[in-house]
Design a protein around this ligand. Structure first.
Ligand code: SAM
Length: 221
């Protein structure tokens, strides 16, 4: 199993991210809600962290079950949903067994996100839904200076895929745990390479330039 970078920051993350009423988290939840839609049965909350999305999944009718690499994060998640410790790139879940998978704000936390998408596709039942909500691959990352929300400055680091601790804000997650970058083409190719069908995409954010990119993909019947 990979290294759990969040173990050292789980208490900090719980305090930092649990203001779920803020504008950013409201946008995140909105994309999750719109793309996943109502349903029943299990929804695998992939890289569930402290379980912040569990309430939204439940409100949609799903039964959230979380998987995360970090024991520290799962300690906070446990009161919010049933969880298992596991690697998103090698899920402890049977083939074709769940009707929905959601992965929220986590693709920059794994060294090989295409492997995680492939695992999501493997565990999805035919017709099942996979929803990804993540930081926008074009406008958010080590390569993007977002200090002026009206004028995002992108530098040549867009092409770099290695983990970086460079961040425009000294207050957020990235200066602590770092981030991998998945360029837009790599992200979308991961979906089709996994055999999923891209159904819908969305961009959103709190400023004029989107800082979130999300999509719904389904496993063909
Ligand atoms: C920014 S947090 C997001 C958590 C949650 N989805 C949310 O919306 O708040 C990213 C999470 O991804 C988890 N993670 C990183 N690599 C992982 C992996 N290989 N398998 C499972 N979880 C992983 C981290 O431990 C962390 O809890």
């Amino acid at each position: 199993m990979g290294v759990a970078a969040y173990d050292a920051y789980a208490d900090w993350y719980e305090a930092y991210a649990s203001d779920t009423a803020n504008a950013y988290q409201t946008q995140v939840r909105g994309r999750l809600r719109d793309l996943l839609g109502a349903g029943s049965g299990s929804c695998l909350d992939l890289c569930c962290g402290t379980g912040l999305q569990a309430a939204e999944l439940r409100a949609l009718g799903w039964r959230p079950v979380g998987v995360d690499l970090s024991a520290g994060q799962l300690r906070h998640a446990r009161p919010r949903l049933p969880v298992a410790r596991g690697d998103g790139a090698a899920l402890p879940v049977a083939d074709a067994s769940v009707p929905a998978v959601a992965c929220v704000l986590a693709h920059t936390d794994v060294p090989d996100y295409p492997a995680v998408v492939a695992e999501a596709a493997r565990v999805l039942a035919p017709g099942g839904r996979f929803v990804h909500v993540g930081v926008h691959p074009c406008f958010t990352g080590a390569f993007a200076d977002r200090s002026d929300p009206e004028r995002i400055v992108i530098d040549g680091g867009y092409a770099d895929r290695e983990r970086s601790f460079r961040a425009w804000s000294p207050h957020g997650v990235r200066v602590r745990v770092g981030a991998w970058h998945v360029p837009l083409a790599d992200l979308l190719n991961a979906v089709t390479d996994a055999g999923l069908t891209l159904v819908r995409t969305a961009e959103a954010g709190v400023g004029p330039v989107p800082d979130l990119f999300a999509f719904l993909a389904t496993r063909p019947n």
